[in-house]
Design a protein around this ligand. Structure first.
Ligand SMILES: Cc1cc2nc3c(=O)[nH]c(=O)nc-3n(C[C@H](O)[C@H](O)[C@H](O)COP(=O)(O)OP(=O)(O)OC[C@H]3O[C@@H](n4cnc5c(N)ncnc54)[C@H](O)[C@@H]3O)c2cc1C
Length: 283
């Protein structure tokens, strides 16, 4: 049963200063509403104060310089998939954006919402992990910047304080010589929550791996980098034996569980196959 409207107050802020003081007073941000409205319709949205942040210009836009690309928290998937420079420098973000929900969700859903919602099945975090993103959080006390891999602390737990907003995500455009890979596995090609997903980048010279970064989502409480597999593969040749060993090692990095969408056993097997697909493609 949907939530009872009089249990909620909904404010709108047209300046960042005002928005931050609302947050300090306990209001919860509402960006595209694509996660929050699902909760509301299911009667699971906590009663209280909500703040429409969708008009805050400081949280909008994709800015790029030679040394850094910054995506405002209100950037939508459609804006990302249509941004030629961003999708050339960070192809995984473009590929993942094309597969979030379907067009209506891509037009409304924001990356700030995807990150702050902290679902283990969110499609954006694995790409941000392999690209070594940083995240900027803002409150009335100022801005703090964190390595993105420190932001998600556990299932639905993040570093975000009640009085803070996600301001932006920043990336260094230093992966031009890498092979980029993204694979999402769900029940359908669209409107499907992932059973497993993988982002991977690798740089090779003469069939030997110089650098490699791999992250999975939907196979643990948070998206995770696969450090065991990465350190095994660095400096190694891409051959059948090393690929098989990497697949076995993957169970040290990901810990999928059984839930309504899949079994842990299926998720591990498919994740190993996706890893093999990536490694076979980088040689
Ligand atoms: C039909 C459907 C299909 C979907 N498919 C996918 C999919 O394939 N892959 C996927 O990853 N997701 C999917 N989603 C989930 C959702 O669209 C995304 O997580 C989206 O990015 C959320 O962004 P939003 O702006 O709509 O967030 P909101 O619903 O507005 O907010 C979500 C959460 O983030 C918080 N929040 C939002 N912005 C900020 C901010 N700037 N600072 C601090 N906190 C903030 C809110 O308080 C709330 O807790 C789907 C949703 C629906 C309804």
């Amino acid at each position: 049963m949907r939530g009872y409207l009089p249990d909620y107050t909904f404010e709108s802020a047209n300046s960042l200063k005002k928005a931050l003081s609302f947050c300090e007073a306990g209001a919860k941000p509402f960006a595209g509403g694509t996660d929050l409205m699902v909760l509301f319709e299911a009667g699971l949205l906590a009663p209280g104060k909500y703040l429409d942040i969708s008009r805050l210009k400081e949280l909008k836009g994709i800015k790029n310089s030679k040394t850094q690309v910054t995506l405002g928290a209100l950037t939508t998937y459609s804006q990302i998939r249509n941004h030629l420079i961003l999708t050339k420098q960070f192809p995984i973000l473009g590929l993942a954006s094309r597969e979030v929900g379907a067009l209506a969700i891509q037009n409304r859903g924001t990356i700030g919402g995807n990150i702050a919602n902290a679902s283990p099945a969110a499609d954006f975090p694995p790409g941000l992990l392999v690209y070594d993103a940083k995240i900027q959080l803002i409150s009335t006390k100022g801005i703090r910047t964190l390595d993105y891999n420190r932001f998600h602390l556990g299932y639905k737990k993040t570093e975000l304080r009640q009085d803070e907003l996600v301001l932006s995500v920043s990336l260094k455009p230093e992966f031009q010589k890498y092979h980029h890979f993204w694979r999402k596995v769900g029940n359908r090609r669209a409107q499907a929550i992932s059973k497993t997903m993988m982002a991977g980048i690798a740089k090779t010279t003469k069939k030997t791996i110089q650098d490699i970064r791999i992250a999975f989502g939907s196979v643990g409480p948070t998206a995770a980098r696969c450090y065991h597999v990465e350190s095994f593969l660095k400096g190694k040749a891409i051959n059948t034996q090393n690929i098989q060993e990497a697949k076995q090692l993957l169970s040290k990095d990901i810990h999928p569980i059984d839930d309504i969408r899949s079994t842990g056993k299926y998720r591990l097997r498919v994740s190993q196959n996706v890893l093999e697909e990536f490694l076979c493609g980088i040689g």
